[in-house]
Ligand binder design. Sequence first.
Ligand SMILES: [Zn+2]
Length: 235
Amino acid sequence: MSYCVKCGVELDDTAKKCPLCNTAVYMPNADISSNEDQAPFSQVKMIPMDAKKEFIASVITVLLAIPMIVCGIVNLFYRKDGLWSVYVITSVLLFWVIVILPFYLKKIRPYLMWFIDTAAVLVYVYVFFPLRNENANYYLTVALPIIAAVSLCVLIFIKWARGKERHWSSVIIHLAIDIAVISAVTGIISLYYSVVWGAVASIIVFLSVLSLMAFGIYCNRSAKVRAWLEKKFFI
Ligand SMILES: [Zn+2]
């Protein structure tokens, strides 16, 4: 014999709902696999998002640490080509700082991440220049201005994007302007040092970004095109 958990009325053995107060009837010893809506507890596994995030980040961290440790140890025995493992280790560390570290932050902190990422790139490039026996002067005259341009563009973008809700077409235009500025800086520096491939690559990027910018402006102006695209891509 069973009773309603809410009002205590006696229930029929086949009742799914209390006839008096409409409370659902739960059968703790019922076969839950065949009768899912009657299960006394949720069948869906609920893992808090934060715990899941941190767990995945930790697994990736361990996976990344393995090649670093292996390369470091192998390098100790094969030193013919110098400290080649430093390339691997610093590259993996840079990837970790930029991609994995944000998963450990409780809240998204764009300015903090901007600062950390800029510092990480500065250190990364600084490690590379002396290793490749390149003139330290290049670091100051080539790497530093390019990193500064990228960093400044990212900072302005963060400030702009956080100001208020921005439409995706505006974001495309803004990103296109940023990439155009960066490629212009890179192009000018390449021309100054007569690095032909650098200048050519910058011009190609600059020109392709102009078409991206045109696309963004076109979408921004025409509500019809925006509506069509949003429908197509579920934006
Ligand atoms: Zn009842």
